[in-house]
Design a protein around this ligand. Structure first.
Ligand code: SF4
Length: 339
């Protein structure tokens, strides 16, 4: 799909035409321009030639039926993964990718091990949400939440991610409220400060995963460039400017970051009424082992006793490698179309 060619196609036609087109695309979810009968025939033909609406992807459904993963085929033959999570409370959350691969090489992450290819375009980001809305349409459901937690570091593709968020936010389009959109970063400190000035109501999550620089640099090489002091100062600035909560994601990795002493260090580091810690059982990707349930319980108790706000994430879609840190888009190679 090439949504950006839309604007060129409609040229200087009146604004209501653009609204009709956006409605057809993002609300009615048409997959063929010929069905958009509100548009004149010649415009439909032009759009069909220059902005075809097909999206190519292979879908895998987890055994529990709550998680669906799609391997999307991009125009240049690259592949990315995106995941739909169906929550029992009715939320339909889509985890989107922001880059093909990732340059940051976190040692626990399957995406990081595969290297980096390129940034995704605005269209390629938006298309992931469009794909899932089309997927959900037969059951009269739609995407309610979007998290930038898929492949790549979203703040390294800053302007495309922000433009995509504005498209997702547009009341004439998907109409997904900013408070239902989350950006998860590995800690690109200057971009966190920049985001604070955007006056967007999006949620910020920091992939922390360690209570000190020594362990964090071992897990996340980006920590050498932006050590914890810089990152925590940027997050504090973000909270001061936005008055928004910040989530600190903490993967529980056996024998690496799950000792009692590390829980106490974490409690000191993450100490603000608007901070909360999300403990995530590590999803095996070959590099490390997950902490035991007993260890996670003890770790959580130490944080709770210290007065920290702690949540624990349910592990979605491990059987289809759709869980946090498992996205890898295997076969990222030559052009191939499936449908
Ligand atoms: S965890 Fe995120 S930032 Fe780190 S390598 Fe994976 S995708 Fe990149």
């Amino acid at each position: 799909m090439d949504i950006s060619s839309l604007q060129k196609c409609i040229g200087d036609q009146q604004a209501y035409r653009l609204r009709q087109i956006k409605r057809a695309l993002y609300v009615d979810l048409v997959e063929d321009w010929q069905y958009v009968t509100t548009l004149p025939k010649n415009l439909r033909e032009l759009l069909a030639r220059s902005c075809p609406l097909d999206i190519h992807a292979d879908v895998q459904i987890s055994g529990d039926n709550f998680t669906v993963k799609a391997l999307m085929h991009l125009i240049d033959g690259k592949r990315i993964e995106t995941v739909l999570m169906r929550h029992e409370d009715g939320r339909r959350t889509v985890c989107v990718s922001s880059q093909v691969g990732c340059p940051l090489g976190c040692t626990f992450c399957a995406t990081g091990r595969g290297g980096f290819s390129r940034n995704l375009t605005i269209d390629e980001i938006v298309e992931q949400v469009l794909f899932w809305n089309r997927y959900l349409k037969p059951s009269a459901e739609k995407v309610t939440n979007v998290v930038f937690m898929g492949m790549g570091e979203p703040l390294l593709n800053y302007s495309n991610v922000l433009s995509a968020i504005r498209t997702l936010n547009d009341p004439d389009g998907f109409g997904i409220g900013a408070r239902r959109i989350s950006i998860s970063t590995s800690g690109i400190a200057p971009k966190i400060r920049k985001l604070a000035n955007e006056l967007l109501q999006v949620n910020l999550a920091l992939s922390l995963h360690a209570p000190n620089d020594c362990i964090r640099s071992q897990l996340m090489p980006i920590n050498k460039q932006f050590p914890l002091k810089q990152v925590m100062s940027a997050v504090s600035d973000y909270v001061t400017k936005t008055n928004r909560q910040v989530m600190f994601e903490y993967l529980m990795i056996r024998g690496v970051n799950d000792a009692d002493e590390q829980a106490r260090e974490l409690a000191v580091l993450v100490d603000h009424p608007l901070y909360f810690i999300n403990l995530i059982p590590y999803n095996p990707t070959g590099a490390y082992q997950p902490s035991s349930s007993a260890t996670i319980r003890r770790f959580k108790q130490i944080l709770l006793r210290a007065g920290r706000h702690v949540t624990q994430r349910y592990g979605f879609g491990q059987d289809i490698a759709a869980a946090c840190g498992q996205l890898a888009a295997k076969n990222n190679g030559s052009p191939r179309r499936t449908s």
